[in-house]
Design a protein around this ligand. Structure first.
Ligand code: ATP
Ligand code: SKM
Ligand code: MG
Length: 166
């Protein structure tokens, strides 16, 4: 298996589950949010404030399109599926696994969205974002797992089991 990409809503666990999954697989780990921060020389929320949503999404897609890795778990931002360029690159790199969980569970996990760096339009709620994005996650996923697990390790185990089915 060349790489594994995790997609899903902000707070679904792509970064926290991803690094544990990489350890279990003996893979490297890359979080594209960190690549964007390094490239732009600023924290994600500042990048988002400076560029605005559309240019942020273009930048994110370009960073993902430039990924060239092997045996790596890739944790992109929750917005990665909103640009075909980035989403297609993830699929080229290997299986794409959707960490799916209900919006209510995400609401409980996420703190202040205003400072988290989420591409929310003014007045848009997390539920609006969830309803808009869910079809994109489903569209690009090769595998879907129930990420509404009490323990990170349980989600990692489900991810490993799903990957074994390929
Ligand atoms: N069972 C669980 N599985 C995963 N994350 C959990 C769980 N319980 C609580 N959390 C918390 O939920 C948050 C998940 O955030 P994380 O940054 O991993 O999400 P993400 O999918 O990478 O989001 P983003 O799209 O913003 O990068 C963390 O703060 C984590 O500690
Ligand atoms: O889901 C989102 O809209 C985002 C999630 C973050 O990981 C970042 O990629 C960015 O701040 C946008
Ligand atoms: Mg993340």
């Amino acid at each position: 298996m060349r790489n594994v990409s995790l997609i899903g809503m902000p707070g679904s666990g792509k970064s926290t589950v991803g690094v544990l999954l990489a350890k279990e697989l003996g893979f490297s780990f890359v979080d594209t949010d960190l690549l964007i921060q390094r490239q732009e020389g600023a924290l994600l929320q500042s990048v988002l404030d400076r560029l605005g949503t559309e240019r942020f999404l273009d930048t994110e897609a370009e960073v993902i399109a430039a990924l060239d890795c092997q045996r790596t778990v890739i944790a992109p931002g929750g917005s990665a599926v909103l640009r075909d360029l980035g989403a297609r690159r993830l699929k080229e790199l290997g299986p794409v696994l959707y960490l799916k969980l209900p919006c209510a569970a995400l609401e409980r996990r996420l703190g202040d969205l205003a400072s988290r760096g989420v591409t929310l339009a003014p007045g848009q709620t997390l539920q609006d974002l969830y309803d808009y994005r869910a079809p994109y996650y489903e569209k690009y996923a090769d595998l879907v797992i129930d990420a509404d697990q009490p323990r990170l390790e349980d989600t990692v185990a489900l991810a490993l089991a799903a990957l074994r089915q390929l």
